[in-house]
Design a binder for this molecule. Structure first.
Ligand SMILES: Cc1cc2nc3c(=O)[nH]c(=O)nc-3n(C[C@H](O)[C@H](O)[C@H](O)COP(=O)(O)O)c2cc1C
Length: 192
């Protein structure tokens, strides 16, 4: 089975991103189309980009970059679980994306976003611009959760409604379809 990596973009203590990612990860396991792996950027704890060479060259000098490269390389598709900070994406996700280049190419990406009335969608729109530069394919289907705290109970567990559940399934279906279609491009060498 292809591997889907769920990336948790927010890193601050007490973040809503963790329970939301836990809910989505379980939903993805039940969906059954992917082996699921989780990349929690708080745990991975990458410093601000400290590689001397352009990531396209893959001449990494730090072990943390090698580890991150291996994880992204081993993934066939991604879901980025993202907060919206000041109408944009959290800095940690941009930093983590910038570390690598070819490892991202020709892989589909979906988004689970959350926030106030806009449900984090402004962060998603910004991220789409970044990921397409790396030849990733953002899928249209997405999970956007407005006023997300209403879905998190006292134990810190997400209680999803039907809309969230349905949206997650639709996004996972589309990720699987596009992952399969992009496979031949992934085997070709990426240049430029
Ligand atoms: C620095 C900062 C900026 C924020 N800016 C926005 C924003 O632009 N839009 C929004 O809907 N919520 C905003 N919020 C509220 C977040 O939606 C809310 O705090 C959410 O829980 C953040 O995700 P996290 O808990 O995973 O960090 C902001 C929160 C922080 C900490």
């Amino acid at each position: 089975m292809p591997t889907l990596t769920v990336i948790i973009a927010s890193t601050r203590p007490g973040r809503a991103g963790l329970p939301i990612a836990e809910w989505f990860t379980e939903r993805a396991r039940v969906h059954g189309a992917f082996d699921i792996s989780v990349a929690d950027l708080a745990e991975i704890d990458l410093p601000l980009l400290d590689e001397p060479n352009h990531p396209r060259l893959r001449r990494y000098v730090h072990q943390h970059t090698e580890d991150w490269s291996r994880m992204v390389d081993a993934s066939d598709a991604f879901v980025i679980v993202t907060a919206e900070y000041n109408y944009g994406y959290p800095a940690a996700i941009k930093n983590a994306i910038d570390y690598l280049h070819q490892e991202w190419a020709y892989k589909p990406v979906g988004f689970v976003s959350y926030g106030g009335v806009a449900a984090g969608t402004r962060a998603v729109q910004q991220l789409k611009q970044v990921v397409t530069t790396l030849r990733m394919l953002p899928v249209f289907e997405s999970v956007n959760i407005p006023f997300h705290s209403q879905f998190i109970d006292e134990e810190g567990q997400v209680r999803a409604n039907e809309i969230m559940d349905f949206a997650a399934g639709a996004m996972l279906d589309e990720l699987r379809r596009t992952e399969e279609a992009l496979r031949s491009l992934r085997t070709a060498t990426v240049t430029g």
